[in-house]
Write a protein that binds this ligand. Structure first.
Ligand SMILES: *Cc1c(COP(=O)(O)O)cnc(C)c1O
Length: 397
């Protein structure tokens, strides 16, 4: 949880700027706000960092995914290929849009595999919603080639991959739109917030209007604006944007620290030939938020998890049992349990969600452990962690 480890005077200063004027709303009030535009500055910072032409901030990463789907024209009955291993928000956004998720297998990049995507394509497939899991990018060139070949819209849920890149290009800038989250658990946080990025002016305008009741934001009289389309309220507030702005200025420092700390942990695990690592096609572009590795089998991986717990090694996720990241535990998704009727209830389902199995993904996720890399680990804590890791792994192998 790097960003949350680094709250300081910088965040307080930005928030205080907003409190001084009392304009918590991101639009209008030009006189009262005295030149303080935190949401705009936050967007500019993210656009600069990612190299995207346009960035638009919203109220959460989940809202960012919903906004991207809406902006790209994905809705009623459209089939969207998604991974079964992601934060559940990805799937919720598809269903809330009125679209139908089609789950495809992942590979050892822990992201969707090109083979999995190919096998999931039907004549109704409209888009691929790729998730860059745990801070790094998978086989993106092959995946983009498939989208091109089949004329599919390509959108990136980069909520976990701000700062990751592939051959120098940032996660979130490959597709029509990219989505980032700034929730409390991401590389940088603003409490609750999200951003969509794109290089397409029309898509940017679609996102801008959709996330604020259709307002076109032309002129400075809110009541007199035009409304090119129906929207909703996914606005970010100035207080959250202020925190996000301060945090964005720390992201280079965070990534550098994470890379160093991750390498130290990886060097320990490398001494055990039974352990293998998540495949990252461009290692140099790893944002290093996590060290993800595989045990030789589910049984041995469970022994590692147990040994880590017994030795006090914290911040390690065994996603196979985690209730929020893998379809195995998503009873609400498999049963499409909702408080209201969605198109996915009424339309013919592209997959039998309740029963469909993912043998390849099961094999991968059941052997996967992700160690969350922290920024504020001291040299002492690192040495202690290394010793504990060796002790735990020696007890297993
Ligand atoms: C965190 C996350 C989201 C949602 O972000 P929130 O800001 O928590 O709404 C969406 N997709 C993925 C892959 C995430 O990890």
């Amino acid at each position: 949880m790097p960003g949350t480890e680094l709250f300081g005077a910088e965040e307080r200063k930005e928030v205080n700027d907003v409190l001084e004027t009392g304009v918590l709303f991101r639009y209008n009030h030009d006189t009262e706000r005295k030149g303080i535009w935190k949401a705009r500055e936050f967007e500019a910072e993210v656009a600069k960092f990612t190299g995207a032409k346009y960035a638009h901030a919203v109220s959460s990463g989940s809202a960012a995914v919903s906004t991207a789907l809406a902006a790209c024209g994905i809705g009623y009955g459209d089939e969207v290929i998604v991974p079964p291993f992601t934060f559940v928000a990805t799937i919720e956004a598809v269903m809330i849009a009125g679209a139908l998720p089609v789950f495809a297998e992942i590979d050892e990049t822990i992201c969707l595999s090109p083979e999995g995507i190919r096998a999931a394509i039907t004549p109704k497939t409209k888009a691929v919603l790729l998730v860059h899991m745990c801070g790094a990018i998978g086989r993106i060139e092959e995946i983009m080639a498939i989208c091109k070949e089949h004329n599919l819209l390509f959108i990136e849920d980069s909520a976990q991959a701000l700062g990751a890149s592939y051959k120098g290009k940032m996660a979130g800038t490959f597709g029509l739109m990219g989505c980032y989250s700034f929730d409390f658990f991401k590389i940088v946080t603003c409490g609750e917030g999200g951003i969509v990025v794109t290089n397409d002016e029309q898509l940017y305008k679609n996102a801008d209007t959709f996330s604020d009741h259709g307002h076109d934001h032309i002129g400075n009289a809110r009541g007199m604006e035009q409304h090119p389309n129906i929207g909703c309220n996914f606005r970010i507030g100035e207080m959250n944007a202020a925190v996000g702005l301060a945090q964005m200025r720390k992201i280079h420092f965070i990534i550098e620290k994470q890379r160093r700390h991750k390498q130290i942990m990886k060097d320990v695990l490398k001494k055990y030939p039974q352990i293998t690592f998540r495949h990252i096609p461009d290692e140099e572009g790893d944002s290093a938020t996590c060290l993800s590795f595989f045990g030789p089998s589910e049984a041995v991986t469970r022994q590692i998890v147990k040994a880590f717990a017994e030795n006090g090694i914290d911040a390690c996720q065994y996603w196979y049992d985690n209730m929020f990241h893998y379809i195995r535990q998503w009873d609400q998704i498999r049963g499409i349990k909702a408080t209201y009727q969605m198109p996915v209830h009424v339309l013919e389902q592209p997959q039998d969600y309740a029963h469909i199995q993912f043998p390849k993904s099961d094999n991968i996720v059941s052997r996967l452990i992700s160690m969350i890399i922290k920024v504020n680990w001291t040299e002492e804590q690192i040495a202690d962690r290394v010793a504990k890791l060796e002790k735990a792994l020696d007890s297993v192998f």
